[in-house]
Each structure stands twice: as C-alpha cells, then as structure tokens.
Write a protein of this length. Structure first.
Length: 167
C-alpha cells in the first residue's frame, strides 16, 4: 500500500506545511532530490479534472475538494499550457501577417521567455505575496494550498481565453 503524505495547514512545518518528506534525517539534501518534489505532484487525472471543474464551477469550498492533498501538478501544467498557446498563437499571427505582406518572418523567442516569465510569475509571486500577507495578519495558511488554489482557480480561466487567439 502506498503511503500518502498529508500536508497540514495548522502548526509549524514551514511554508509547505508538515509532511513526512521533510522529516527525514538527511535534512537539506532531501530538498535537492526528485523524491522531495514528487510529493507535490502526487495526483491522478481524476483529481486534476475535479479540481479544474471545482475552480470553474465553485459549488463547494476548494479546500474541501483538495481533501488535504494540495498539489502543484495542475498549476504547473495549466501555466505551461497557457504559455505554449500564447507563444504559438502569437507566432502564427506574426507568420500570417508576414505572409500577407510578403515579408520574411523571423521567430521571436523573447515572446516565449516573456510569456513564461509573466505566467510563472503570476502563478508564483501573487500567491506568495498573498501567503505572506495572511501570515502577517496571524493566519496559518499553507503556501502549498494557496499555490494550488491560485494555480487552479486563477489560471484555469486563461486556457479558454487564449484558445480563440489561435483562429
């Protein structure tokens, strides 16, 4: 039977809550291993779809949908999908404009790095600032839960928004 790590929102344990992976005797070396980060991506397709659905149609509290198992899988891939769609749609628009005017088209990879910086910054910085403000006012939130909530709730809306840009 697979042991599941449950992160808590109350008590110590640092920014990500307390979990069994942070309580190993190896200390900081565990932070640099893939196994440490694997616990934050321990979800299946059904859970990710339920969380996306709950973010779009909030009928119940999102933290209840998480069931004590927040993840970074959805927020990472939702952001990555948005970045790819933004880059390809802007590249296609630039190519079609160059084709229409009869000029040579050159790829602009700064659009990709700009989109990545904007979207990953949006999904990383804003929840971290929100977490810091909540800690300042005496709340005991888990940074992982806030990243998960913001990643699903704040980012899932961007995929349908950027989809029409491809046409």
């Amino acid at each position: 039977m697979k042991k599941k790590t449950v992160l808590t929102t109350v008590g110590g344990g640092g920014a990500f809550g307390s979990g069994s992976a942070s309580q190993t005797p190896t200390g900081k070396r565990m932070l640099w291993s893939i196994g440490y980060y694997a616990q934050f991506f321990d979800v299946d397709t059904r859970q990710v779809l339920e969380r996306c659905w709950a973010a779009v149609f909030p009928r119940t509290a999102f933290l209840d949908v998480l069931g004590g198992n927040p993840d970074l899988y959805g927020p990472f891939w939702i952001s990555t999908t948005t970045i790819i769609i933004l880059y390809f749609s802007s590249t296609l628009a630039g190519y079609l404009a160059a084709l229409h005017t009869g000029t040579q088209y050159y790829y602009n990879f700064t659009l990709l790095t700009g989109a990545a910086g904007l979207m990953y910054g949006y999904v990383g910085v804003v929840p971290t600032v929100l977490w810091g403000a909540m800690k300042w006012y005496g709340c005991e939130p888990s940074l992982l839960e806030i990243l998960c909530l913001y990643g699903y709730g704040g980012m899932i809306v961007w995929i349908p928004v950027v989809q029409p840009l491809r046409h």
